[in-house]
Design a protein around this ligand. Structure first.
Ligand code: CAA
Length: 260
């Protein structure tokens, strides 16, 4: 499907989704949120795609936040509807069977940091800047930032980021656990593609089960999380991938996974 604000490119089991509003620093308006959700849904249903990379067009921004010009005149009811569009996209990313890797090529502010928080792995260029600057606009984060950020980096660091609205360097974002790795701008995509290729070579059922076990269990009491893991671990036995993976180990050859 063709989109106006989103580009999708699939190469060897890895899809690259590019938010394509570089003149607006890839700010998320309703159209982009809707198109991103549709693109992610479509890729989620494509069993040939085993990992998804999300990035921004141009050299300046991943996503400079929700579109302030669109938000400016909204009523509370419209503000809620807009938040729901953003929240739906983030939930879509989290619910996909394939891992989503964020390649943060520049500003990831407001909704940009929030989108990164929903991705499974986050890699950044050393020029990237993170932050939740909503308090500068008289609002608070609306795509889950007050909830996902403190859960990931701790309550007080999360509050500091949200209360001050200040930008964080990529290195600081790595220190607090928001970012997995930082690279030179010209190396970013190549490095993220390498990680995606490694993931794409594993059993898709196992990768999906691991993602869902972690996402579902991480906010639960340990005992409940362990129950989820046990069910998912057991559920993989008898799959073609499990038979193939273990047979390949015994026969000392590389496994060929099919996701069945
Ligand atoms: N919404 C709409 N347009 C945006 C935008 C945004 N979030 N961020 C940048 N733009 C537009 C600018 O308006 C400008 O467009 P024009 O040329 O038509 O004026 C263009 O992108 C380039 O931006 P700047 O001229 O501002 O570039 P700069 O280099 O001087 O500054 C910046 C870069 C620091 C990122 C600055 O653009 C900025 O502060 N952007 C807003 C960041 C922000 O507050 N994000 C949070 C939004 S609220 C949110 O996300 C709520 C939520 O949780 C859902």
């Amino acid at each position: 499907m063709a989109y106006e604000t989103v580009l999708v490119d699939i190469e060897e089991a890895v899809a690259v989704v590019t938010i394509n509003r570089p003149k607006q620093l890839n700010a998320l308006n309703s159209q982009t949120l809707t198109e991103l959700n549709e693109a992610m849904t479509e890729l989620g249903a494509n069993s040939e795609v085993r990992a998804i990379i999300l990035t921004g067009a141009g050299e300046r921004a991943f996503i400079a936040g929700a579109d302030i010009k669109e938000m400016a005149g909204k009523s509370p009811r419209e503000g809620r509807r807009f938040a729901e569009l953003g929240l739906a996209l983030l939930e879509r990313i989290e619910s996909l069977d394939q891992p989503v890797l964020a390649a943060i090529n520049g500003f990831a502010l407001g909704g940009g940091t929030e989108v990164a928080l929903a991705c499974d792995l986050v890699y950044a260029s050393n020029r990237a800047r993170f932050g939740q600057p909503e308090v500068n606009l008289g609002i608070i984060p609306g795509f889950g930032g007050t909830q996902r950020l403190p859960r990931l980096v701790g309550r007080n660091i999360g509050k500091e980021v949200i209360f001050t609205g200040e930008m964080l360097s990529a290195e600081r974002a790595r220190e607090i656990g928001l970012v997995n790795g930082v690279f030179a701008p010209e190396e970013l995509m190549e490095q993220v593609r390498k990680v995606a290729a490694v993931i794409a070579s594993k059993g898709p059922l196992a990768i999906s089960a691991a993602k869902h076990a972690i996402n579902r269990g991480v906010d639960l009491p340990l005992a409940s999380g362990l129950e989820i893991e046990k069910g998912m671990f057991a559920g993989l036995f008898g799959s073609r991938d499990q038979n193939e993976g273990m047979a390949a180990f015994v026969e000392k050859r590389k496994a060929e996974f099919t996701g069945e």
